[in-house]
Ligand binder design. Structure first.
Ligand SMILES: [Fe+2]
Length: 380
């Protein structure tokens, strides 16, 4: 491990200098870093899904927005949605998550990407949006908790935003984890467990399988990806996921087998839904859980399922996929369908807590700003 060779404080100072002080704003507290082979056998994680941080009025972050963008109408609707939900509801959701982290032992915070809306079209504004967001999200939690986020498509959306995001994210995550990390995929050890984070739009999935295979002794394997690995049942954008692009079709079977042999747990976001998938197959099996904190309407504080039977997997989305894409959609569903044993899909938003131990891994779902879980899923 690189950190074993370098004093962690020296590393943090190095990473901080490389990043520039403005980029580490929001993490001034003292962090020890997560990378730790001697971590606890049991631990808990506060989890937030997509947050799409933004604010009112639109001019704060979007005064340079290029109105010639062909998606302008949709994106302005998103700015309005974000501004409205961050006025109060999402702040209450955040406060509830943080309150639980104060009341119950919590090891780190994990956000599943699309942490910001993006669409600034101006690098200093994009950087400020990221900086404001990290400060705001972590402020209510206990000060020493590491804060992890994985890259989502909105995080680098806009002119100059790709470089702006990764110049922020890699030093920031290196500091939080306590070891130098680099996309498209990287890993760290939390005690007995291996955690892998990736850019879900990567063109080749082998780097993820390589990271998992390189640590055969890990007790549990967690894969954190903004776009789900399992084909999701929400309609037309079903290929916009980890392994969904054509380039990935050659490497996807290996990752499926690797995750299955290790009984891995995939954590994802992106679809603005709360979903649970349990796969069992000839290699073993794995679970995936998709989280969502885009509390866009009050009624989305719900744990009522839209689908909760594996036999119904794919039925909801089929009618939303254009006819010319349906055969492809069914093929993508069929990659996963034979091994799908449990399925839960709802459009709820909220916050979540992951509890990891020798005995089990569970995910508790707190709809909206709930302080009690509405439903707890056994992931392993
Ligand atoms: Fe997304």
């Amino acid at each position: 491990m690189a950190m074993a060779m370098m004093n962690r404080r020296q590393f943090v100072q190095t990473a901080g200098m490389a990043a520039g002080s403005a980029w580490l704003a929001g993490c001034e507290a003292t962090f020890s870093g997560l990378e730790n082979l001697e971590g606890p056998d049991a631990y808990s994680v506060s989890i937030l899904g997509d947050t799409h941080f933004d604010t009112e009025p639109e001019s704060v972050y979007h005064s340079h927005y290029d109105e010639s963008n062909k998606w302008a109408k949709i994106q302005h609707e998103e700015f309005r949605r974000n501004g409205e939900m961050w006025r109060a509801r999402c702040r209450e959701l955040l406060a509830s998550s943080a309150r639980l982290a104060h009341e119950q032992e919590t090891h780190f915070i994990l956000q599943l990407g699309d942490i910001i809306q993006g669409d600034c079209d101006h690098v200093p504004t994009h950087k400020k949006m990221l900086d404001d967001c990290i400060r705001m999200l972590r402020a209510p939690y206990p000060a020493a908790l590491p804060f992890l986020t994985v890259v989502g498509n909105h995080d680098f959306r806009g002119k100059g935003a790709w470089d702006a995001y990764f110049q922020f994210a890699e030093p920031f995550m290196s500091r939080e984890i306590g070891k130098a990390v680099k996309y498209p995929a990287f890993s760290f050890r939390q005690g007995k467990d291996l955690w892998v984070l990736c850019n879900f739009e990567m063109k080749d999935l082998n780097p993820i399988a390589d990271l998992i295979d390189a640590d055969p002794a890990a007790r549990r394997v967690f894969l954190v990806t903004h776009g789900p690995f399992t084909t999701f049942d929400t309609g037309g954008s079903y290929r916009w996921r980890l392994g969904g692009r054509k380039d990935c079709e050659a490497s996807r079977p290996r990752l499926y087998e690797t995750l299955s042999r290790r009984h891995a747990i995939v954590l994802s976001g992106h679809t603005h839904t709360t979903c649970f998938y349990r796969h069992a197959n000839r290699f073993g099996g794995f679970s995936e859980f998709t989280v969502n904190s885009v509390w866009a309407k009050p009624e989305l504080a719900t744990a009522t399922p839209i689908q909760d039977k594996a036999a119904d997997y794919g039925k909801f989305g089929l009618g939303r996929v254009p006819p010319e894409k349906r055969a492809d959609y069914v093929r993508e569903l069929d990659f996963f369908r034979p091994g799908l044993k449990e399925y839960f899909y709802n459009n709820g938003a909220g916050h979540y807590r992951l509890d990891v131990s020798d005995a089990a891994v569970t995910m508790a779902f707190y709809p909206g700003a709930a302080t009690e879980p509405a439903r707890t899923f056994k992931l392993a």
